[in-house]
Design a protein around this ligand. Structure first.
Ligand code: NA7
Length: 550
């Protein structure tokens, strides 16, 4: 294994200046894209900002970082040899184990030689006359390409909080999404954590074990369930591996991309109170986010959702000894699951420790960050270290950090000013030969993202193969198809409770970002069927043209 080099120097041997496809990003999406395209005999250049492969798992190295999809399912299915030879050790893999896996994949398929590391793409310009993209990097490299694939990830643009004085703090500060490569030792230190989403909930119990004192600055209490993580037994791994092909196929056609999740047929309101208690207890004990799939309408009907939320609230309260503190940690004004449901290991119990204090910044808001700590409306907390677990400019942040435009003057940032507009989350009208992997308008973050990545990568590579076989040089989503798709995505989302929460799914965590529900809620299986039918029908909704633009 070539390891996780943390150097800043570039290996320019990887750089080609004229290629068939540029892929931006070397995470799960970019690496599989490279592998597929290379198998088709295409010349590919991957460009990656980090110093090694891994994408989100390269950057999010904070203590306690762990996937919330079970490891046997959160892995590639495209190679039977790969899935048979790799051995996951825990039900939910840690960040180091996932990074080790993705490094193994890079080595096994010899992928690194086509990746230019330590290089951030700054712009991509489509030349209407030649039907080719020119991709430029911050460090001055220029690459011409026929196709451009944004494998930039949905949760890769870290979002520091917009708090006055944020950069004044003189102690050590960290963002969970940009964690240092060296271990950080908090032993004996007074530490603050701002943010109680998935990243905060995972990091808080770990930091609490080391810190002299930990202050948790909570704006919104979070629904979190015990993950029920444990070591995997050799026998159960072998059993899954014997049926892997079947399991993967069930995942592909399922709503969530997770084969082991239930397919409920009953409304929560059709069950009696006692039946619901049994059902929720079962799911609670089983662990995992399948809790909101106990009944079919938990994400659709407020009254049904409330039954699940009420049970979850009581569970939270049972985990915290001090009832006043327990109440502060209990979400009251939000439907469960409409902000991403978190999975934790001892999160709520951590507040029973003497060295952990909750600072409720809803009642006493943060006024500023000072040189020495965090000042709220009623106190100043002096800190040695401050951790921002404040999330990401999700789904569009990484793409829009690149200046994408065409020679006719159209810019993606302008086009998406009121929210992302795509056809299938794969392409956007006006930008030919530009693909997105798990783009807005696709199931992406509402699914087991590896399953969604594989589906997109396979669709894109099949599409490129179709164009090549038919001597076509260009594909573009039509405006009509895009309009219809956006309307469909919105219509589905509007029928759910997701629309009621201030979530990052809606862009609500980024001041000024348009409030548009970005992922497709219709489910992985249904979405896949739609994409396959479109391709089989000769790419309905796309305009395909030859070497001379028609
Ligand atoms: P999230 O889920 O966006 O959580 C961010 C947290 O930070 C959340 O508790 C926010 O409170 C809080 N936050 C954000 N900005 C501020 C400011 N300015 N002041 C105080 N608190 C703030 O990000 P994560 O990294 O935890 O998880 C993102 C996804 O990554 C996760 O869903 C998984 O899919 C993996 P708020 O709720 O907005 O009041």
């Amino acid at each position: 294994m070539s390891g996780q080099s943390n150097g800043s120097s570039k290996d320019l041997t990887a750089l080609k200046s004229n290629v068939d496809v540029v892929v931006v990003g070397a995470g799960f999406a970019g690496l599989y894209m490279l592998h597929r395209l290379r198998c088709m005999g295409l010349c590919v250049q991957v460009i990656e900002a980090g110093s090694d492969v891994g994408g989100t798992w390269f950057w999010n190295r904070y203590p306690g970082a762990r996937c919330d999809v079970e490891s046997m399912e959160y892995s590639y299915s495209f190679s039977e040899d790969l899935q048979q030879e790799w051995n996951w050790t825990e039900r939910y893999a840690t960040q180091p184990e996932i990074l080790k896996y993705i490094n193994h994949v890079a080595d096994r398929f010899d992928l690194r030689r086509d990746v230019l590391f330590n290089t951030r793409v700054s712009s991509a310009l489509f030349d209407e006359a030649t039907s080719r993209w020119t991709v430029s990097t911050q460090s001055g490299e220029v690459i011409k390409t026929q196709f451009c694939v944004m494998a930039t990830g949905c949760l890769s643009a870290a979002k520091p909080p917009e708090i006055i004085g944020r950069d004044l703090f003189k102690g050590a500060s960290y963002h969970t999404g940009l964690w240092p490569h060296e271990p950080v030792d908090f032993t004996g230190k007074t530490v603050g954590v701002i943010g109680t989403g998935s990243s905060g909930i995972q990091t808080i119990p770990e930091v609490a074990k080391q810190a002299g004192h930990l202050f948790v600055f909570q704006r919104t209490p979070t629904f979190s369930l015990p993950a029920g993580n444990r070591a995997l037994k050799h026998t159960e791994v072998q059993e899954i591996k014997q049926n892997y092909v079947d399991l993967r196929q069930r995942a592909r056609v399922s709503p969530t991309g997770v084969a082991s999740y239930p397919l409920p047929t009953l409304s929560a309101l059709e069950a009696t109170l006692q039946e619901r208690e049994v059902a929720y207890e079962f799911r609670w004990q089983a662990g995992g986010t399948a809790y909101t799939r106990t009944y079919k309408d938990i994400m659709l009907v407020a009254e049904s959702n409330e039954t699940a939320a009420d049970f979850a609230r009581r569970k939270i309260q049972s985990r915290v000894s001090d009832p006043v503190l327990a109440e502060k940690l209990t979400p009251r004004d939000i439907h469960i699951g409409t902000k991403r449901l978190c999975l934790d290991t001892q999160y709520f119990e951590t507040f029973n420790r003497d060295n952990v204090s909750l600072v409720d910044i809803r009642s006493t808001p943060i006024q500023e960050i000072t040189e020495v700590g965090v000042k709220t409306s009623d106190a100043e907390y002096k800190l040695d270290a401050l951790i921002f677990a404040t999330g990401f400019d999700a789904m569009t942040g990484a793409i829009l950090n690149i200046d994408i435009r065409t020679t006719s003057g159209l810019s993606l940032a302008e086009k998406w000013r009121s929210g992302p507009l795509t056809y299938l989350g794969l392409m956007t009208a006006g930008f030919p030969n530009l693909f997105m992997v798990t783009g807005p308008g696709s199931p992406s973050v509402l699914s087991n993202v590896v399953v969604s990545i594989e589906q997109h990568v396979e669709w894109i590579s099949d599409c490129i193969q179709h164009l090549t076989k038919n001597s076509c040089t260009q594909i573009e989503a039509t405006q009509t198809a895009e309009n219809n798709w956006v309307a469909h995505v919105n219509q589905l989302a509007n029928a759910t409770l997701f629309m009621n929460a201030n979530s990052w799914y809606l862009g609500a965590n980024v001041p000024g970002k348009p409030r548009v529900f970005m992922p497709y809620v219709g489910g992985v299986g249904r979405y896949r069927e739609e994409c396959t039918a479109i391709a089989n029908n000769g790419y309905t909704g796309f305009q395909i043209s030859g070497s001379t633009k028609t």
